[in-house]
Ligand binder design. Structure first.
Ligand SMILES: Cc1cc2nc3c(=O)[nH]c(=O)nc-3n(C[C@H](O)[C@H](O)[C@H](O)COP(=O)(O)OP(=O)(O)OC[C@H]3O[C@@H](n4cnc5c(N)ncnc54)[C@H](O)[C@@H]3O)c2cc1C
Length: 442
């Protein structure tokens, strides 16, 4: 066999003891855990950047994240894996502006940490008086017991759960759909109610934060000291006795053990998943488009996330990043990120016009100053997590001998799920039962 262009072939013809396929958060977390346990690990990454879906780049002097991402500071796995001080986190305000029909704007949030949200919390048209009482009760309920316990037990859709709790249809349409639906890319609130309650808990007890220098700080911290080979795509895996052969764009490589840490659709292919698998790795994809606009100046001084609460149109969330990250903007300029539901057809210019047409309702003719800087069309942002999705999650062992899975798809779609899966895939190799028995979401 050949070892690949820069493979270091070990005594048994191995390129490395362990090869991790994919340098997203799951793969990097698994690789770091194994390397710290004394294993020889190599990470192969198809793209030229670290972090998979979590990364930032420079565009004409602006630092932009590939999409709008934030980390819940109370993710238990993030607390274990990251040095928060070194990440230099900027905490987003725990509130959001709801843009309702007819040009009405309503600020809602946690009044303890953002007192400006108090009047909206008390009077916003999105909530009835009864909704406010139900919300207070729900908040108290999710605070009882550990956060991860909210992920287990009987499940239903968020929509059914909220209606069952007495929340009004109006609150679902005008508040919960733009707020939680916008987060999980599911306007209809079909997503698991257990997941909703888990996220609600984390939002009450912690913050949403983004590193000052960009989301790339997360993978950079995990990857320090690791052997990561970029630009190497793995096309297939073959079992070979006690080892695994990897067919890659840089030739064949061989490892005693392999961790597949790609996005779920690719992982399903590499693991030769067949249809009707009871615990599928490929579970579909929710997609989204992100438009980055610059402007001579921000069109408003709002440092909070803005949620489009109108039930139609393409616009989902909007944030003026220059108000939160002045360091990412050259000079006194505006930088706006707008997310769209799905991936509309059309070239960049057409998508820019689509977003500007909807933003015109917010900012009037001043939208002519918006200049499209970059577009990210992301086919797999998350996988759908409907009611009871967790009943059929795959584990870390696979049908291929010596091949393990580290992926958000083993837990929940997000940074917690990715890190947790990296920890557990490594634990499966190391035989670390304590980590393996940690509950999902803990
Ligand atoms: C725009 C956006 C916003 C998000 N917002 C949030 C948020 O606010 N909070 C949150 O918690 N989560 C959020 N998420 C989800 C979160 O980013 C993911 O759940 C998490 O990063 C998944 O990590 P991963 O390592 O499992 O997969 P990935 O990040 O997909 O990493 C997989 C890696 O494998 C590589 N790869 C793929 N195929 C191959 C191959 N054949 N050979 C070699 N390498 C390969 C890829 O290039 C990639 O680097 C968001 C995601 C996106 C895209």
């Amino acid at each position: 066999m050949t070892s690949g262009t820069s493979g270091i072939v070990g005594a048994e013809g191995l390129t490395a003891d362990i090869i991790v396929v994919g340098a997203g958060l799951a793969g990097l977390c698994a690789a770091r855990t194994l390397q710290r346990a004394g294993r020889q690990v190599r990470v192969l990454e198809a793209s030229e950047h670290l972090g998979g879906r979590v990364w930032s780049r420079e565009a004409e002097g602006y630092t932009i994240d590939a999409g709008f991402l934030g980390m819940f500071t109370d993710y238990p796995a993030a607390r274990r894996q990251f040095d928060y001080d070194a990440l230099d986190l900027i905490i987003l305000k725990p509130s959001a502006v709801l843009r309702q029909e007819g040009g009405v704007t309503e600020l809602l949030g946690d009044p303890r940490r953002d007192p400006a949200a108090l009047p909206g919390d008390l009077t916003a048209s999105a909530l009835t008086a009864a909704d406010r009482l139900h919300a207070a009760r729900l908040a108290a309920e999710v605070l009882a017991g550990p956060a991860h316990a909210l992920l287990s037990g009987p499940d239903t859709s968020t929509r059914e759960f909220l209606l069952g709790r007495g929340f009004s249809e109006r609150s679902l349409e005008r508040f919960f759909s733009p707020f939680f639906g916008g987060l999980v890319i599911d306007r209809e609130l079909k997503t698991s109610a257990n997941l909703f309650r888990y996220y609600l808990r984390l939002l009450i007890t912690g913050d949403v934060a983004i590193p000052r220098r960009g989301m790339s700080e997360l993978p950079r911290q995990l990857a320090a000291g690791l052997n990561v080979q970029r630009g190497v795509r793995v096309h297939g895996l073959d079992s070979a006795g006690q080892s695994v052969i990897l067919r890659t764009s840089a030739g064949e490589m061989r490892a005693a053990q392999v961790i597949v840490a790609t996005d779920p659709p690719t992982a399903a292919r590499l693991l030769n998943e067949t249809p009707n698998e009871p615990r599928p790795v490929g579970r579909g994809s929710l997609s989204s488009t992100y438009l980055h606009f610059r402007a001579p100046q921000a069109l408003e001084p709002q440092p909070r996330l803005q949620l489009n609460a109108r039930p139609s149109g393409w616009l989902n969330q909007v944030l003026w990043l220059d108000q939160v990250f002045p360091n990412r903007v050259p000079g006194e300029r505006g930088l706006l990120i707008a997310s769209l539901w799905g991936i509309p057809e059309g070239d960049d210019a057409a998508l820019g016009e689509l977003a500007v047409a909807e933003l015109r309702d917010w900012y009037g003719d001043a939208v002519h100053t918006l200049d499209l800087l970059a577009v990210d069309r992301i086919a797999h942002v998350q996988y759908p997590q409907p009611a009871s999705y967790a009943d059929s999650l795959p584990g870390h062992s696979t049908a291929l001998p010596n091949v393990f899975l580290a992926s958000e798809v083993t837990s929940l779609s997000g940074i917690q799920g990715a890190l947790e899966s990296g920890e557990k895939a490594a634990a499966a190799i190391l035989g670390d039962l304590e980590v393996l028995s940690r509950p999902r979401g803990a």
